[in-house]
Design a binder for this molecule. Structure first.
Ligand SMILES: [Zn+2]
Length: 322
């Protein structure tokens, strides 16, 4: 029974009435992290306290069961344990054990971390359900610390030339982690309005941020501006500015070109191709299901290596992880 994993508008362990990041409202569901593609108003949601704090009021589940990392919880005659996923504040992997068999659902996951933080731990499991956003071999990212240093240099060069450096980052998670990574370089920040509530929530959920002001169109000399990648209208009022896309999609020449940023940096909160392989190896799983992004490609690659692997979603979706 435990080995049965299906796609039912979200990952489902049907034998255990357990849905993992379902796309429709369920009576009981795990929400791996606070990004809007995962949060739904479930009757009861299993999540970490940080994830609950980061989900906007309108998307909050109606009831919840908060669970900290490493605290086992009974679910029927099985056992659930959450582990950090390294994707954003509160993001969790779910480990489920039942009758001598274990399943690991990674949710959105990132192994390598900048700033001397150890890589994300991957628990052992028989069955792995893996988020495979960047499951093609051209997605190989540089060392996060070197990339942060390159971003800092790029920002400093712009500021020295009296040009505003604009980092295009997803508002929730990426913006705040970018600020924290750049803080040791002594920058001051301005945030575009869509990043403002996310930054406030992040700080309130337990991760204090370096000082920032809200960008309201007035000049912000000497500051690094962070804005979401889509809709750059506000930024155009700045006059002299330079933009950099900070995303794993920097590795996709076509996408980067379409995007039209002046520079790109391949700093991502998702695993690159090699990290995905590492998750599979470290889990020790002999059965792998892929979800999100290049699911078919990555499953095919694993099968060639002799691992039983399938894309779980019926239709491959290209989930732009911005
Ligand atoms: Zn995410």
């Amino acid at each position: 029974m435990t080995r049965e994993v299906v796609w039912d508008r979200g990952v489902s362990l049907p034998g255990h009435r357990l849905w993992l990041d379902p796309l429709v409202v369920r009576s009981f569901a795990f929400i791996s992290h606070a990004h809007t593609d995962h949060a739904r108003r479930h009757k009861e949601a299993l999540l970490t306290p940080q994830t609950l704090a980061l989900i906007p009021e309108a998307r909050r589940p109606r009831g919840w069961r908060m669970l900290g990392f490493g605290e086992p919880m009974r679910r029927g005659d099985g056992r659930v344990t959450l582990y950090p996923a390294g994707h954003m504040l509160g993001s969790a992997q779910l480990h489920f054990e039942h009758d001598g068999t274990s399943v690991l659902y990674t949710g959105d996951i990132k192994l390598r971390q900048p700033g001397g933080v150890p890589p994300t731990f991957v628990p052992k499991a028989d069955i792995l359900i893996l988020e495979s956003t960047y499951g093609r071999p051209h997605f190989r990212f540089g060392d996060p610390d070197s990339t942060v240093e390159a971003i800092a240099r790029w920002c400093r060069l712009a500021l020295d030339s009296r040009v505003t450096p604009v980092l295009l980052c997803h508002a929730l998670g990426k913006t705040e982690e970018m600020m924290l990574a750049l803080a040791p370089y002594g920058f001051e920040f301005a945030l575009e309005k869509r990043c403002v509530s996310c930054a406030r929530d992040y700080a309130a959920a337990g991760r204090p941020l370096p000082g920032w002001v809200e960008f309201n169109g007035d000049p912000i000399a000497g500051r690094v501006l962070i804005a979401p990648p889509v809709g750059k209208d506000e930024i155009r009022r700045l006059g002299r500015y330079r933009t950099a896309l900070v995303s794993g999609w920097a590795k996709d020449a076509e996408f980067a070109r379409l995007f039209g940023a002046d520079a790109t940096f391949d700093l991502s909160d998702h695993c690159d191709f090699d990290e995905l392989i590492e998750v599979v190896e470290r889990s020790g799983a002999d059965q792998v299901y892929t979800v999100h992004g290049y699911t078919e490609d990555f499953a095919r690659f694993l099968r060639r290596k002799g691992i039983r692997a399938w894309a779980l979603e019926a239709n491959e979706q290209l989930a732009l992880a911005l």
